[in-house]
Ligand binder design. Structure first.
Ligand code: ATP
Length: 235
């Protein structure tokens, strides 16, 4: 079943149009991967979907239009956006960052939601009183994701979660994402440069070039696509 239907989406910055009519059909429970070169418009796509920048066209979440809604309204409908560069509150503790993510929860559900995500990310549990700014890059990325998950989103938008992380940390992060998707059925849309790892956990994928979708298919199909292999997989 479709969770997010996007048709003819255009968006940009001021007079400059970056997205030129994007169509996407994201199914409930899927992991969808967005690939594309630097500057292709991947970050702009996530910003347009989460209401951070104005957009035109059709964006329907479970049958309800998100076009024209501010980012808080989009978030309250179940779309959590983890931007590039993570954006944790660096001077707050790990626990307090998670509390911000779950600010709508009552005390008891707050505690059980935190326990839930500490179980998935034990490294955060060990560092729960530590300031977020003193965490490693990988731990900060885990925290940003855990914070987004505190609101039990229907759709999790992730912008290059592997950016700046060591290969082992990236592999661990992707296996956590796969686990989260399997255990909670959270639908995930992930923009990622590390195409190999992303396609390994993805159900389907698109390639964006100059603000348009130029290739789409299952993750397995894209792994085999010659152009995708040359450009993003390096073999
Ligand atoms: P990368 O992988 O390098 O992050 P991307 O595919 O995410 O690339 P975007 O960040 O969406 O690309 O950028 C697409 C285009 O929009 C680029 O030409 C960029 O310079 C431009 N752009 C991005 N942010 C802004 C902004 N705030 N104001 C004006 N132009 C912007």
């Amino acid at each position: 079943m479709s969770l997010l239907e996007v048709a003819g989406l255009t968006a940009g910055y001021g007079p400059v149009r970056i997205l030129h009519g994007i169509d996407l059909d994201i199914h409930e429970g899927d992991v969808s991967v967005v690939l594309g070169a630097n500057g292709a418009g991947k970050t702009t796509l996530l910003r347009a979907l989460s209401g951070m920048i104005p957009a035109k066209g059709t964006v329907m979440l479970a049958g309800e239009s998100l076009i024209g809604k501010a980012s808080e309204q989009v978030a309250s409908r179940g779309v959590a956006h983890v931007p590039q560069g993570r954006g944790t509150f660096t001077d707050m503790s790990v626990e307090d960052n998670l509390k911000v993510g779950g600010y709508l929860l009552k005390d008891k559900s707050m505690t059980s939601a935190m326990d839930r995500w500490f179980e998935t990310f034990p490294r955060l549990s060990e560092r729960r009183k530590q300031q977020a700014g003193s965490l490693s890059g990988g731990e900060q990325q885990m925290l940003a994701i855990a914070r987004a998950l505190m609101s039990s989103p229907r759709l999790l938008l992730l912008d290059e979660p592997s950016l700046g992380l060591a290969p082992n940390t990236t592999a661990d992060l992707f296996s956590s994402l796969s686990q989260i998707n399997n255990e909670t059925d959270t639908t995930i849309l992930v923009v990622e440069q590390n195409a190999h790892l992303a396609l390994a956990i993805g159900d389907n994928a698109v390639v964006i070039e100059s603000g348009k979708v130029v290739v789409r298919g299952t993750a397995a199909e894209l792994e085999k696509d010659d152009g995708v292999r040359r450009a993003y997989l390096g073999y």
